[in-house]
Write a protein that binds this ligand. Structure first.
Ligand SMILES: C[S@@+](CC[C@H](N)C(=O)[O-])C[C@H]1O[C@@H](n2cnc3c(N)ncnc32)[C@H](O)[C@@H]1O
Length: 252
């Protein structure tokens, strides 16, 4: 399904662990109701859109979904993402969004931005998201963003309090440690809003590298969201599985 192109394979990821994690992720993914997820996102973005300027996006998320996320020092590697307020009550809940530039694999030129880049995420439809917020990746995002100026570019800020969309931290979520299991999983999602809800695109943290006319196949803006695998308590670090598709049905 999804994989980090340049993720590392750890020795504790034996077949038994991978099978266990994959069946956990699949069981939750199978239950995701896409139209519910779309509705949930529309409702949140609508709240953010209509909010009064004195309320921060994070406090709107806290009021609306009873949680918020933030970056912090990870127990595994450098920075990670934590549930810093409230709780996630159940599996299958939207927790974060993976921001960045959308490339078509083997078509768009990804070689230079891919060098030493740990933030590349592949979708099964051969789209790749570059979520790196620095260097060439950052410049390319900003350049492509000029074609979609109403979309979100605030996720590029290191200061989460400046983020217009408080969910755009999916790219900083680390791979689960040897003494634990993932508590979130990647789920491919396309932002697609009606003409009368076009303003909601201003909270979408993705832009395409190439502005293609998709005609009838228009998927809106392809992205990836993070979904909880179980209830998550305040203070817990979010962990995904970078390898949950490598051993899957389709080997890409
Ligand atoms: C998308 S980044 C995640 C954010 C990263 N921790 C940072 O602060 O930039 C992915 C990279 O984080 C590191 N990483 C993630 N999970 C890890 C883990 N469990 N153990 C060691 N390194 C990890 C790897 O270098 C990986 O390529």
């Amino acid at each position: 399904m999804l994989k980090y192109l340049f993720g590392r394979r750890s020795s504790y990821l034996n077949t038994e662990t991978i099978d266990k994690v994959q069946s956990l992720c699949r069981s939750i993914e199978d239950e995701i109701d896409r139209s519910n997820l779309h509705r949930e996102i529309v409702q949140l973005f609508d709240r953010l859109l209509k909010s009064h300027s004195n309320k921060s996006p994070r406090s709107i998320l806290q009021e609306h979904m009873n949680f918020s996320i933030n970056k912090g020092l990870s127990q595994t590697h450098s920075q990670g993402v934590f549930l810093d307020y409230g709780q996630i009550n159940k599996a299958g809940q939207l927790v974060a969004i993976y921001p960045g530039t959308i490339y078509r694999r083997h078509i768009d030129p990804l070689l230079l931005p891919s060098i030493r880049n740990r933030f590349l995420l592949a979708r099964k439809d051969a789209l790749i998201i570059d979520g790196r917020d620095r260097g060439l990746s950052r410049s390319i995002y900003l350049s492509c963003h000029a074609r979609y100026p109403s979309y979100d570019k605030t996720w590029l800020s290191q200061d989460v309090f400046l983020h217009k969309n408080p969910l755009t931290l999916g790219h900083y979520i680390n791979h689960f440690p040897s003494d634990g299991l993932p508590n979130v999983t990647y789920h491919e999602f396309d932002f697609n809003f009606n003409d009368n809800a076009y303003d909601l695109y201003r909270f979408v943290p993705n832009v395409r590298y190439t502005d293609t006319d998709m005609g009838d196949n228009d998927k809106g803006m392809p992205s990836v969201v993070l979904i909880s695998l179980r209830p998550i308590k305040q203070g817990e670090e979010l962990f995904s599985c970078y390898l949950n598709i490598i051993q899957g049905n389709e080997k890409s």
